[in-house]
Design a binder for this molecule. Sequence first.
Ligand SMILES: C[S@@+](CC[C@H](N)C(=O)[O-])C[C@H]1O[C@@H](n2cnc3c(N)ncnc32)[C@H](O)[C@@H]1O
Length: 342
Amino acid sequence: MAHPHGAPVSELFEIRCTPNSGRAVFASHDIPADTAILASHDLAITVLLREYRKEVCAYCFSYDYGNGLKLRESSIGFAFCSADCQQKWREDAGEVGLAAWTAVEDLTKSRSKEDAEMQDGDDPRPTAKQITQAWEQVAKQAALIRLARQGSNSKRHRKSMQAALAAPISPDVMVFCVSGILFRYAKPNAWPSVLALATDSRPYHNTRDLVAFTRSYLQLLAILPEPLLKFTTPEILFVLSSRDSHNSFGIRSLEDEGSEFFGYGCWPGASYFNHSCGPNLTKNRVGRVWKFTTAQDIEKGEELCISYLSVEERKLSRGRRMERLTKTWGFECKCKRCEGVI
Ligand SMILES: C[S@@+](CC[C@H](N)C(=O)[O-])C[C@H]1O[C@@H](n2cnc3c(N)ncnc32)[C@H](O)[C@@H]1O
């Protein structure tokens, strides 16, 4: 197997295919407990949920027990724990990023209540055919908006743009899309590391989720700075959802066993560890970095696994664990514990 683009390279482990659970990470040597095996710095896409934006630093995700952060930038709608984080965030975003976040904030700030309309329902995940149809349905309006952005004064083109902007908005979906579009724009050499990740061909939770994406697409076409428009396409937005779906890490509070869910992000280099209900690695987030450490002595050839479930969830019966993994992650767990090997 060719080494996947963006996958980590280490003396301690290698990445290989498994018969039933895609690619996985295997120890190349005996590794003692408490060995730091990987620090993943490559945050590619991130969403800080709107409700946490005043309390969680947009750069390092630090949180002060619900106290608002003092360094707020109302034009972009984010807050920071220090001038250093603010500066680093600004450097990362660049001029185009700043303009993009300002445009998104201008659109969203008076309309945040609409977020509630877009929450999860019980309807099934759209099929591949339904997904294709949904994107095809907005293609004509997208083309008209693009013409309006190119300076057309045609009433029809302008009206298409106004209609998109008047439609309900989904701020968290929009933030996800902008974060991914900016990554694609600013780091073209790292894009293959996103493409290389395990793919979910049905990444939208339900029809409303899919509609939130197609609407956000049209809205972003209407407001994003010109250099981003060629990356604002159904293809790129679908890649972002299809890769994020099976690879994102929750960004949670570090105290209180992570009870607060601030958002999520995609770190491609950290995305090759499979799940086990009895993991032999621990994972810890330190600011924007995920660190992986052996939780026990490991023998050469053993698979290195993290857990996608919380400590509490791991105490559940096999059936209940399977239910959670199938619902959230879309796979039937083949770990040693579920297969009765340990
Ligand atoms: C973050 S990726 C892990 C790397 C992935 N196997 C790959 O080839 O890129 C998560 C996906 O790996 C597979 N996977 C992870 N743990 C698994 C397990 N215990 N049993 C079966 N499949 C698993 C599932 O397809 C899941 O959606």
